[in-house]
Design a protein around this ligand. Sequence first.
Ligand SMILES: [Zn+2]
Length: 178
Amino acid sequence: MLISGRMSVRPILIAPDPRLKAVSDSVARVDDEIRKLVDDMLESMYAADGIGLAAIQVGVPKRIIVMDLDQKEGKKRPRIFINPRILWNSEELATFEEGCLSVPEIWEEVARPARIRAEFLDREGARQEMEADGMLATCLQHEMDHLEGVLFIDHLSKLKRSIAVRKLQKAKRLKDAG
Ligand SMILES: [Zn+2]
């Protein structure tokens, strides 16, 4: 079988798509098929102007996350996390305004542990450990929530969440009608 070097942009699922609630499975082996998925996820994330994407957001229930928080002057600095696990988190919280490619046009503040230590597999399947704070810590926790079927709006108060869900439903109705 030929493996072309071409990447393809995959469509991103939008809430309330029920597939976003799936709990993703661990990756048993990091092989060329997984690397192709990773490349497609990066391409899809860049095409959508995102900074992070979990595989379930393109409909694949595998524990894979891609991120790039440092895109500058057209230079890319992709990060890849396969089977990520949080080993430690600070009690101190940090609040960032979060958005999500699967929850368009909604931005809300979410408080999460300010610092974390995580382990994961890299693109070659080698185990890595990383300490993170700031945007990197928040983004990794946001993306790891996707692996459990959790969206950032699930962290909001009942009232704020119901407003967000109504906005999403209205946007979907307009899209379906158009
Ligand atoms: Zn998200």
